[in-house]
Design a protein around this ligand. Structure first.
Ligand code: NAP
Length: 246
C-alpha cells in the first residue's frame, strides 16, 4: 500500500472520475473525505465501498464555490482525521451551450465551480499542509484547457486553462514542501458527457488514437501516481491523459 494511512480529500467524489479517484486512493491505503454537492446517496455508497476496503471515509456536502462551505469542510475533515495529506480538486461542471445562447449566469457558475473552487479548496487545505510542511495537491483540468476543440463550452475551456496556470502558480507558491500537479484528461466516459449528441461522440471517438473514451479508473491511476512518492520530484507538471488526440 503505497499511500498507507494518508488522508485524501477528493472534491466531487460521488460520481465519475472523482469516485474512481476516491476508491483508487483507498485501495492504495488512504482514508478519504468524499465531497459532493447533491448526490448524497451516491456519496454514501462511495463511503461504503471505501470502508469495505478497510479504510475510513466520510461524505461531506459542500459547494466548492462557496468559501464558508469549503472552510467548514476542511475544518470537519481535520477534526475527523487530524490531517489532510492529499487534495484532489476534481469537482467540475459544464454547460454545453452555443455562444449566442450562453448566459452570464452559466458563465459565472462555471467560473465559480471550476476555477474559484480550486483556489478555495487549495487555500484552506494548503494552510493546514503548510503547518505540517508536507502534502500534495492534484488538480483535474482538461485538454479543453490546452486545445479548444469543443465550441459549445467556451467558459469551461477558459476555466481549465485557468486551472493549468493556477497549478503552476501554486506549485511555485507552495514549494518546497507541497507538490502541486495537474491531470488534463481528454474524453472520459462519465455523466458529464451523457447529454452530448451520439453522432458527435462517435466522431470524437474516431479522432482518439486509442479509438475509445477513457474509463474513470484510467484517470485515477495517474492521480495515484502523482500522489505517491513515485512522483516525488514532480511539481508544477501537467500530465495530458487523452488516449492520443491530433
Ligand atoms: P461528473 O460525472 O459530472 O461528476 C461531477 C462531480 O462533481 C460530482 O461528484 C458532483 O457532485 C461534483 N460537483 C459538481 N459541482 C460541485 C460543486 N459546486 N461542489 C462540489 N462538488 C461538485 O463529472 P466527471 O466527468 O467525473 O468530471 C470530473 C472532473 O474531470 C471535472 O473537473 C471535469 O471538468 C474533468 N474532466 C472530465 C472529462 C470527461 O470527459 N468526463 C474530461 C476532462 C476533464 P454531485 O454528484 O453531488 O452532483
Amino acid at each position: 500500500m503505497k499511500l498507507k494511512d494518508k488522508v485524501a480529500l477528493v472534491t466531487g467524489a460521488s460520481r465519475g472520475i472523482g469516485k474512481a479517484i476516491a476508491i483508487r486512493l483507498a485501495q492504495d491505503g488512504c482514508h478519504v473525505v468524499v465531497n459532493y454537492i447533491k448526490e448524497v446517496t451516491q456519496a454514501n455508497a462511495v463511503v461504503k465501498t471505501i470502508e469495505k476496503l478497510g479504510r475510513k471515509a466520510i461524505a461531506i456536502q459542500a459547494d466548492v464555490a462557496d468559501e464558508k462551505q469549503v472552510k467548514a469542510m476542511v475544518e470537519k475533515s481535520l477534526a475527523f482525521f487530524g490531517q489532510i495529506d492529499i487534495l484532489v480538486n476534481n469537482a467540475g461542471i459544464v454547460f454545453d451551450v452555443p455562444l449566442f445562447e450562453r448566459t452570464v449566469e452559466q458563465w459565472k457558475r462555471t467560473m465559480e465551480v471550476n476555477l474559484l473552487g480550486v483556489f478555495l479548496c487549495s487555500k484552506y487545505v494548503a494552510y493546514a499542509m503548510k503547518k505540517k510542511k508536507t502534502g500534495t495537491i492534484i488538480n483535474i483540468a482538461s485538454t479543453n484547457g490546452i486545445h479548444t476543440y469543443h465550441p459549445d463550452s467556451i467558459d469551461y475551456s477558459a476555466t481549465k486553462a485557468g486551472v493549468i496556470n493556477l497549478t503552476k502558480s501554486l506549485a511555485h507558491e507552495l514549494s518546497p514542501f507541497i507538490r502541486v500537479n495537474c491531470v488534463a484528461p481528454g474524453w472520459v466516459d462519465t455523466d458529464m458527457n451523457k447529454e452530448l449528441p451520439k453522432d458527435y461522440i462517435k466522431k470524437e471517438t474516431e479522432h482518439v488514437y486509442l479509438k475509445r473514451f477513457a474509463k474513470p479508473e484510467e484517470m485515477a491511476s495517474v492521480v495515484s501516481f502523482l500522489a505517491s512518492e513515485d512522483a516525488s520530484y514532480m511539481t508544477g507538471s501537467i500530465l495530458v491523459v487523452d488516449g492520443g488526440y491530433p
